[in-house]
Write a protein that binds this ligand. Structure first.
Ligand code: SF4
Ligand code: FES
Length: 390
């Protein structure tokens, strides 16, 4: 009988856990969960060979092992360093780590534009989250930022190279789950860029998964571009009987009313595509881009979203409304007009079917419908409370 493999004991931020030999520090920390887990911008557990590029997961090893308890001289990338028995690791309890991570974020933001207000990834961007936790309020960088010639990589995916942090995840997706990789990182150093090199369109059945693994807004869904902010949509879990070999058929639909704005693979708590029966739940381009009707899917129920995510904002299952005080102090005038932007903005008018537009939505798409709901509101209020003086 083979000898039983002895687990290694590792302590991360004063919390101990037993893990199998060969486990990386990052995965051991994920088993503990919570704040102890270092952020990871390039590592992706479902993509072989990923990690070791971005340095956001740096940790301090205060003791290498029971056999050799000397500290490691430099911070190490937790996604690429395996645990040893008796290892002691510091993540959020180390000032050195926090300082280094702040520096890494500053480097990542040297060239990344701060265009979150117009970026479709806003609200689900890992760099945005990292920026909130570790970013500085202003930049020290005074030189010209990298710019790239705009490149068309096909009908479904929009490439914004200025936002790319060169994590290589999309190239691993192309290598490992599509049968013909036509893109990669070309050039080196400051000129390094994701490109199809000869602007060859990426049209593989599974190419859409590159959008899901991209941690920033460098690869976004063209069919969803500028149609809505993610936090205004309602994510639900759904499945369909997909016949494309390799497609799990399980997805998240992002709805507004009954309109399906976009379809993505289902994500886990680390922002990675979930696994089913030991297989990663990648979805094919037919499910992602062509099945945009709720009738194409069997809806299972609301997607569970972390309560820290902006996507979960205003989507409570049970909500106890606070007492309305503005109405009281304003002598009965309802505060609706002042405070409820949804009532005066037609952007969320369910009569406009943005998902059916073959292009990003424009201001003119809302113009027709913005026939003064403000005035109707006002008339209604005046009928109820009489004219208010200015
Ligand atoms: S495009 Fe996105 S996934 Fe690809 S290397 Fe750049 S940041 Fe990473
Ligand atoms: S996640 Fe470890 S180096 Fe990027």
């Amino acid at each position: 009988m083979a000898d039983e493999v002895k687990n290694f004991k590792v302590t991360i931020d004063n919390i101990s856990i037993d893990v199998a030999p060969g486990t990386t520090i990052l995965n051991a920390a994920r088993m503990i969960g919570g704040d102890v887990t270092p952020p990871a911008m390039c590592y992706y557990s479902k993509l072989q060979g990923s990690g070791g590029k971005c340095r956001t997961c740096l940790v301090e090893v205060a003791a290498g092992s029971t056999a050799d308890p000397r500290p490691m001289p430099k911070l190490v990338a937790s996604c690429r360093t395996t645990v040893m028995d008796g290892m002691i690791v510091k993540n959020i309890t180390s000032d050195k780590v926090i300082d280094a991570r702040n520096g890494v974020v500053e480097f990542l933001l040297i060239n990344h534009p701060l265009d979150c207000p117009i970026c479709d990834q806003a609200g689900e961007c890992h760099l945005q989250d990292l920026g909130y936790d570790h970013g500085k309020e202003s930049t020290r960088y005074k030189f010209a930022r990298r710019t790239f010639v705009r490149e068309d990589i096909g009908p479904y995916i929009q490439l914004h190279m200025t936002r790319c942090i060169l994590c290589y995840r999309c190239t691993y997706v192309a290598d490992q789950i599509t049968n013909k990789r036509v893109h990669g990182v070309v050039d080196r150093g400051d000129h390094a860029a994701i490109s199809t090199y000869i602007s060859k369109a990426i049209d593989n059945d599974f190419s859409g998964n590159m959008i899901d693994v991209c941690p920033v807004g460098a690869l976004t869904d063209k069919t969803f571009r500028f149609k809505n902010r993610v936090w205004f949509t309602k994510p639900v879990d759904a499945h369909r009987n997909c016949e494309t070999p390799g497609c799990c058929g399980k997805a998240t639909l992002w709805l507004r009313g009954d309109e399906v704005f976009r379809v993505t693979a289902r994500k886990d708590q680390w922002g990675e595509v979930q696994s089913y029966d030991g297989k990663t739940g990648w979805i094919c381009n037919t499910c992602r881009f062509d099945k945009k009707k709720t009738s194409d899917w069997i809806v299972e129920g609301l997607t569970s979203i972390s309560r820290h995510s902006v996507i979960g904002a205003n989507k409570y299952k049970t909500l106890e409304m606070p007492h309305e005080t503005v109405q009281k102090v304003m002598h009965g005038v309802r505060p609706k007009l002042l405070m409820d932007i949804h009532n005066v903005s037609e952007v969320n008018n369910p009569n406009i079917h943005l998902s059916e537009l073959e292009r990003p939505a424009k201001g003119t798409d809302f113009k027709k419908a913005s026939q003064h709901p403000v005035n109707e509101d006002k008339a209604e209020q005046e009928a109820q409370f009489g004219k208010t003086e200015k």
